[in-house]
Design a protein around this ligand. Structure first.
Ligand code: SF4
Length: 342
């Protein structure tokens, strides 16, 4: 894969030399300036950041002044940018630089990542831009450019895809690492625009770009938000009557397994002692309650962890539907999640 990307370095660097924007934090390679601008740019577009950046640097021109700033004054400088924890982390990191690094900004990506609020991307950006360390710095702009150049339909929101892009770029990183990383970001900001509207005719990579050549720029990059998985613990009861009937109930008409039949169950795991009153509330007088097995069932967005109990009772009630094994097979099919407990 890395060979595919190696041809992009030269045209990209040439383009950057000609077209890069003059931005205040690019006037020097001062890590303090790059750091503040990168943190501000995480949530706001460049045009909006300019004013905040100028005010911030005028009020707090170096790490020491940031480490000593009054919290209210810091919040005032950050007001309107949002994500106030980022401002608090800036100060925490400045204090750490003063105390643990004698006021000297750490010079490697590895050390930078130890500072509060500095993750993989920001550390890579500072280390490459200020010290030309050969590390990649992959943000959304870079992911978009690389996905299009490679014609990749992988979901760029997945951490493993980001990691793979970072690794591939790392392998082809030229000596001018800072300029290379900035060029990729700049290309994403100015030319390889999102939402299917890149300015390919002006792009230095168009001869190398799979998405451009196959007319796929509207489809790439692929961004699929994956929902967070949830976990639910359930205590499930296999309740049988003396004549061998099994207690079932119907699930609500909406939601997971809507309208299907299920074994009676309650949320959470409970002690043996706590199970008795729970069963009484279900109008069940157990003769015996025996733990039978643990089981897990995976749905699309939720994992059920189940503890099953076999409950023998000497009477049926109106609360449940009591079915024979034949009826269960024929008229009351159970979802797999419950079948695996029987
Ligand atoms: S050719 Fe178009 S799609 Fe490809 S990298 Fe350049 S701007 Fe992006």
């Amino acid at each position: 894969m890395s060979q595919e990307l190696s041809p992009i370095a030269a045209p990209l660097l040439n383009w950057y030399r000609l077209y890069k924007r003059e931005l205040p934090w690019r006037r020097d390679r001062e890590p303090y300036h790059v750091w503040i601008s990168e943190i501000m740019l995480q949530q706001t577009r460049i045009e909006a950041v300019m004013g905040y950046y100028a005010r911030f640097i005028t009020a707090l021109p170096d790490v020491q002044s940031l480490s000593e700033v009054d919290n209210d004054a810091l919040m005032k400088l950050w007001e309107g940018l949002g994500y106030y924890s980022r401002a608090r982390n800036l100060k925490k990191a400045a204090v750490m630089i003063m105390q643990e690094y004698n006021g000297e900004f750490p010079k490697t990506c590895h050390e930078l990542k130890k500072l509060p609020g500095i993750g993989e991307y920001t550390a890579g950006a500072i280390a490459s831009i200020c010290y030309d360390e050969k590390v990649s710095a992959v943000d959304g702009n870079v992911l978009r450019v690389i996905a299009r150049v490679q014609g990749s339909r992988k979901n760029v929101l997945l951490p493993e895809v980001k990691k793979s892009v970072a690794d591939q770029l790392q392998k082809i990183m030229p000596d001018e690492a800072g300029a290379f990383n900035e060029a990729l970001m700049e290309l994403g900001e100015l030319i390889c625009l999102p939402n299917g509207a890149p300015l390919c005719e002006s792009c230095p990579l168009k001869d190398l770009c799979a998405a451009y050549q196959k007319d796929l720029t509207a489809e790439i990059p692929v961004r699929v938000k994956t929902m967070k998985r949830r976990r639910a613990d359930l205590s499930v009861f296999i309740i049988t009557s003396p004549d061998g009937k099994l207690a079932l109930e119907k699930r609500p008409d909406t939601g997971l397994l809507a309208g299907m039949y299920q074994l009676p169950n309650i949320d959470g795991f409970h002690s043996d002692k706590a199970l008795m009153p729970i069963l009484h509330d279900m109008d069940i007088e157990p003769i015996s309650v025996t733990f039978t097995k643990d089981a897990k069932h995976v749905f699309t967005h939720i994992d059920w962890y189940m503890k099953a109990y076999r409950v023998e009772t000497d009477h049926t009630n109106d609360r449940f539907i009591w079915v024979t094994p034949e009826e269960r097979q024929g008229s009351y099919p159970l979802p797999t999640a419950f079948q695996k407990l029987l």
